[in-house]
Write a protein that binds this ligand. Structure first.
Ligand code: C2E
Ligand code: MG
Ligand code: MG
Length: 642
């Protein structure tokens, strides 16, 4: 019996004994044998007894079949099943028709679905909705061409939670190369992704202000330089250093200093567009990248706004603190074309600002720096211009096209600068808007115009009563331009203005305010309220430069606009059949349908006047009739008798 494996001897001999004893006539076991070389052989043993008449065992027939291979395969299967069930990696097997046929315990743990709930279903039940159809389309394309797909994918657990998994799908093929099964292995990598993201954020963002840090700033600048190069556009880099921040930090403590930095970061962010970058380089140093500059004047506006907003008080706990900023500006590609150069320039320009007494900005480019300084001087001069009596209102007549009569005039402000001569409003109005002086100047223009309209309306009652032509002067109207900054100012001009009209015993209708299209679209509800207050007082509203901005018909209706002023750019190119003619005609028809009157600006030739009149335009204004003139000059035009 030396060939039976020692471990199986016991069982084997027990059965043999029973056979000899006559208890059984047959037995069948699977047992191990030892080959001569000591290796193990699995045998399937069948033993049958042949007995004599008395029941005594005559002989036993034993048949042994070698089942070593089968045994090994079974063992492997068992092992595989154990691994499959105990694996920490989730597994899912689907058939050729993409129906789930098996899942393991880790699958249930990750997805929350038990085997019963998913078997027979499409794996699609796990979809998170985060990937678009083309994503799955690409996955299937790869699977059907290579048999394999691996990637990160967002799926959804039974409880609705979305998670990230690293997924590998393999295909088991039939002999004839058709798909037998697909096996998906995946593990939950949500936590890992979160921590990767955290690490990335820590490496690229400033934890205090959440702004990009120096490293991220350099990355962005590099990308923006490439973009600017491709688009043939400029970009600007600002270095911003807070003045006297150290004092605050030292006297109020670092916690308070931190609050100020966070608030400063927010304020700077409010001054730039979405596409621009604000970064914190460290300490109280910030930087800004202004991209895609087709108009460099934006740079200066942003710089002024940053200075203005940072100069406002910071409420730190119960204390109000004040800082200011020194800004250095450099332009790509004018000043430098590589990062290092731009950084050096901006830094240098920032020190120029520091040396000039802080709370100012400096350009690296000398010519720009000079122009900026000139504008700064002009802005300073403007502060005293009103008090010094350097501002003057000119009036440009607005003519009724059908009759040629002058019923209205537009008030246009001029600045007689003591050294520079006449400064155009196109130059000083933006400065007045940025410095806030526009509110004061606007009030003054309004009062001047109101006094003037009073005079022209009363003239009618006295001197010119007999003149038929003058009969409408009692209705004379002066329009004043109002900039959006006046609407946004905290003080409501309407109150003082309507009080002033009452003082002069003038109806609201004697004044029209001219606003820009953009104001109508202003999301700020208080702007709309102010406009409506003007309307309620009977003051009429004209939309200036119509056709150059974005207007919506519903806004024109909502605000009950009285006049549209066709912009000069359309009038300039009026010719029969021209596209500007078509636009003008369309504006006129639309305005009339909505109950509005139309004033064409910039009428310089008789042909333009005739075309406009033929198109039904109500009023014209332009050099053809008169340039903006002094009140006395206009008055002379109003006197037909003389
Ligand atoms: P606007 O309100 O569109 O005024 C019309 C401008 O076109 C005026 O320029 C006027 O002189 C000019 N103009 C009139 N007729 C003709 C013409 O036939 N041909 C040409 N080429 N131009 C003509 P101005 O006086 O230089 O004013 C420029 C802008 O400044 C005004 O545009 C207005 O938006 C603003 N502005 C002027 N005064 C004030 C003011 O007191 N307050 C405010 N907020 N803005 C003002
Ligand atoms: Mg105007
Ligand atoms: Mg205009």
């Amino acid at each position: 019996m030396g060939i039976t494996h020692p471990d199986d001897i016991g069982q084997n001999s027990l059965l043999q004994k029973k056979l000899f004893a006559g208890d059984i006539d047959f037995f069948h076991i699977e047992k191990r044998y030892l080959r001569r070389n000591g290796s193990v052989l699995w045998g399937d043993l069948t033993v049958s007894a042949v007995r004599e008449a008395g029941g005594k065992l005559a002989l036993a027939i034993a048949v042994v079949q070698d089942i070593t291979d089968r045994k090994r395969a079974e063992e492997e299967l068992r092992l595989a099943a154990t691994v499959y069930q105990n694996s920490s990696e989730a597994m899912m097997v689907a058939d050729a028709g993409n129906r789930i046929i098996a899942v393991n315990a880790a699958f249930t743990q990750t997805t929350g679905y038990t085997a019963d709930e998913v078997i027979g279903k499409d794996p699609h039940i796990l979809s998170s909705g985060r990937h678009d159809p083309p994503y799955y389309h690409r996955m299937w394309h790869t699977l059907s061409t290579t048999g394999r797909w691996q990637g990160e994918i967002w799926n959804r657990r039974k409880n609705g939670e979305i998670y990230a998994e690293l997924l590998t799908i393999n295909t088991i093929f039939n002999e004839d190369a058709t798909v037998h099964q697909r096996v998906a292995l995946f593990s939950d990598i949500t936590e890992k992704k979160k921590s990767d993201e955290l690490i990335w954020k820590q490496a690229n963002y400033d934890p205090l202000t959440s702004l990009p840090n120096r490293r991220m700033f350099r990355d962005r600048l590099e990308q923006e330089i490439k973009k600017a190069h491709r688009a043939g556009l400029r970009l600007a880099v600002f270095f911003i250093d807070l003045d006297r921040f150290k004092e605050i930090n030292d006297t109020l403590g670092h916690d308070i200093g931190d609050i100020l930095l966070v608030e400063a970061a927010r304020r700077i962010g409010d001054c730039v567009r979405e596409a621009d970058t604000v970064a914190r380089l460290g300490g109280d140093e910030f930087t800004v990248i202004l991209t895609e500059l087709d108009d460099v004047s934006i740079v200066e506006r942003v710089a002024r706004n940053i200075l203005l907003t940072l100069a406002g008080s910071f409420m730190l706990g119960n204390e109000a603190a004040y800082v200011s900023a020194s800004v250095g500006i450099t332009l790509y590609p004018d000043d430098a074309t590589v990062i290092e150069g731009l950084l050096k320039n901006a830094d240098q320009a920032m020190y120029v600002s520091k040396n000039q007494g802080r709370n100012c900005y400096s350009y690296f480019t000398p010519a720009l720096q000079e122009a900026a300084q000139a504008r700064l001087r002009l802005a300073n001069d403007l502060r005293t211009a009103l008090a010094a009596g350097q501002l003057r209102v000119y009036y440009q007549p607005i003519v009724e096209l059908a009759t040629g009569r002058i019923h209205k005039a537009e008030a246009l402000t001029r600045w007689q600068h003591p050294e520079r001569g006449l400064v155009s409003p196109a130059e000083f109005v933006p400065l007045a808007e940025e410095t806030g002086l526009i509110v004061e100047i606007g009030d003054w223009v309004f009062k001047e115009s109101a006094r003037q309209v009073k005079r022209w309306r009363t003239l009618h009652d006295t001197e010119f009563q007999i003149s038929v032509n003058m009969s409408r002067h009692a209705e004379f109207q002066i329009s004043v331009n109002m900039s959006p900054a006046q609407f946004r100012s905290r003080r409501n001009p309407y109150k003082t203005w309507s009080a002033y009209l009452q003082e002069l015993d003038l109806p609201g209708r004697s004044i029209t305010i001219e606003i820009t299209e953009g104001l109508l679209l202003d999301a700020d509800a208080s702007v709309a309220d102010k406009l409506i207050e003007f309307r309620d007082a009977g003051i009429q509203v004209a939309v200036d430069d119509f056709g150059t901005g974005y207007s919506s018909l519903s806004y024109l209706k909502k605000f009950d606009i009285d006049y549209l002023k066709i912009d000069q750019s359309f009038t300039r190119n009026l010719a029969p059949g021209s596209s500007d003619m078509a636009i003008s005609e369309a504006i006129i028809v639309m305005a009339h349908k909505l109950g509005m009157k139309v004033i064409a600006e910039g009428v310089e030739t008789a042909e333009q006047r005739d075309l406009l009149a033929a198109a039904g335009c109500d009023y014209g204004q332009g050099y053809l009739f008169s340039r903006p003139a002094l009140a006395e000059e206009l008055e002379a035009m109003l006197e037909p008798a003389r």
